[in-house]
Design a protein. Structure first.
Length: 382
């Protein structure tokens, strides 16, 4: 691994994170300011349905694609087989997810019905981006992530800020994912000319994905567990205060997550070669980049928060400040080992990665039920 490429890849993905963060904040603020909480609520409900359904329909195939592409990156013919077969598997599971959501849309409303075709493209894009990650083509990867955010924001604002029916925001998700797929597709077309689809790789992708699925699904829901448990014990206003502060946690959390994304394909080759020296060298790079970048962002947030909170008079400033300190203390520690979080997955042990995630999620749920009744909002933060 060259440090120059590692830090260049990280910089590009920090840039993509910036685009996504600004786009997401602009979407929420503009919809709330000009369209009202009802329109924002429609967006968030559709987004939740889309992400959860898409994550299940992806079937963990993105993890299989990313891991195996990184493992066979030096064997172009075998890599092409992995890519072609992975995308075909993604198309099949994505189509199944779209059909299920289309049937559900008859009961859940037109917005969900408009979302349904987008699940197919969402799953294909997850696999495509994972392949780019495995090949360490991080500039294209970062561009794809940025375009996805910009497309969704543009489409949802077009619907949300006009007189168009608000359920059409579901169609905005579908069109956004379809456009992104068309942008990424030329990158993979040459692989379809090089290699046929092989049944062994279909079985291998599906088996790996099935074992990785619990990990991927729980990863998406992990950070929202505390909010769900809080809603059982606390008022809506108190849950709102916690959600407001957790928004800042989720934002800064993207910094170590970005470093993990860049580092993941490196672990596959290192673990395969059992190269201890390169393992520790890569770990030092990842830990230092993740930890100190996160600490810098936390320091800026803590300095600005007392002023920032004054712009939200309906929020309890004292409670928010206490929650923020607890959450940032935890994140300051977590950021230093988060880049190593997928070692089992990258080492070809997706089942054990899922077991670890199930245990962690179970511990999270148990601690929330123990600490929230005793300490309220602070218990959830702990």
């Amino acid at each position: 691994m060259t440090s120059r490429k590692y830090y260049s890849d990280t910089a590009w993905n920090f840039g993509a994170f910036g685009v996504q963060a600004v786009s997401g904040a602009a979407l929420n603020l503009l919809l709330m300011r000009f369209a009202g909480p009802g329109t924002l609520g429609v967006f968030n409900q559709l987004y939740a349905v889309f992400v959860i359904t898409g994550q299940l329909a992806a079937f963990g195939l993105q993890d299989s694609c990313q891991k195996h592409v990184a493992e066979y990156d030096d064997d172009n013919r075998e890599k092409s087989r992995i890519i072609v077969t992975g995308l075909i598997c993604a198309a099949l599971t994505g189509l199944l997810g779209s059909l299920v959501l289309a049937v559900a849309g008859k009961f859940l409303g037109r917005g969900v019905l408009y979302l349904a075709p987008g699940v197919l493209f969402f799953v294909l894009n997850k696999a495509a981006l994972a392949i780019l990650n495995g090949e360490r083509r991080m500039r294209i990867y970062a561009m794809g992530q940025s375009l996805r955010a910009l497309f969704v924001v543009a489409g949802c604002l077009l619907v949300g800020l006009t007189d168009w029916p608000k359920p059409l925001m579901g169609a905005a998700f579908t069109v956004s994912e379809a456009l992104l797929f068309l942008v990424l597709l030329p990158t993979f077309l040459p692989h379809f000319e090089k290699a046929p689809v092989l049944a062994p790789w279909i079985r291998r992708h599906l088996a790996f994905g099935l074992r990785a699925l619990p990990h991927g699904f729980l990863t998406e829901t992990m950070i929202r567990i505390d909010v769900l448990v809080l809603s059982l014990f606390m008022s809506e206003a108190q849950v709102g205060i916690y959600s407001f502060v957790a928004f800042f946690l989720e934002g800064i959390l993207q910094i170590p997550l970005t470093v993990r994304t860049v580092t993941n394909p490196l672990w596959t080759k290192i673990v395969k070669r059992r190269d201890r020296r390169e393992f520790f060298q890569t770990a030092r790079h990842a830990i230092a980049t993740s930890g100190f970048s996160t600490l810098a962002a936390i320091a800026v947030l803590l300095a600005l928060f007392p002023t920032l909170i004054t712009y939200f008079p309906k929020t309890d400033a004292v409670a928010s400040w206490e929650l923020l300190k607890i959450l940032m203390a935890g994140l300051a520690v977590y950021a230093f080992f988060l880049p190593l979080d997928h070692l089992l997955l990258q080492g070809g042990k997706p089942g054990w990665q899922s077991v670890a995630m199930v245990v962690t999620t179970g511990l999270n749920v148990a601690l929330n039920f123990i600490l929230i009744p005793r300490h309220g909002l602070s218990g959830a933060a702990m």
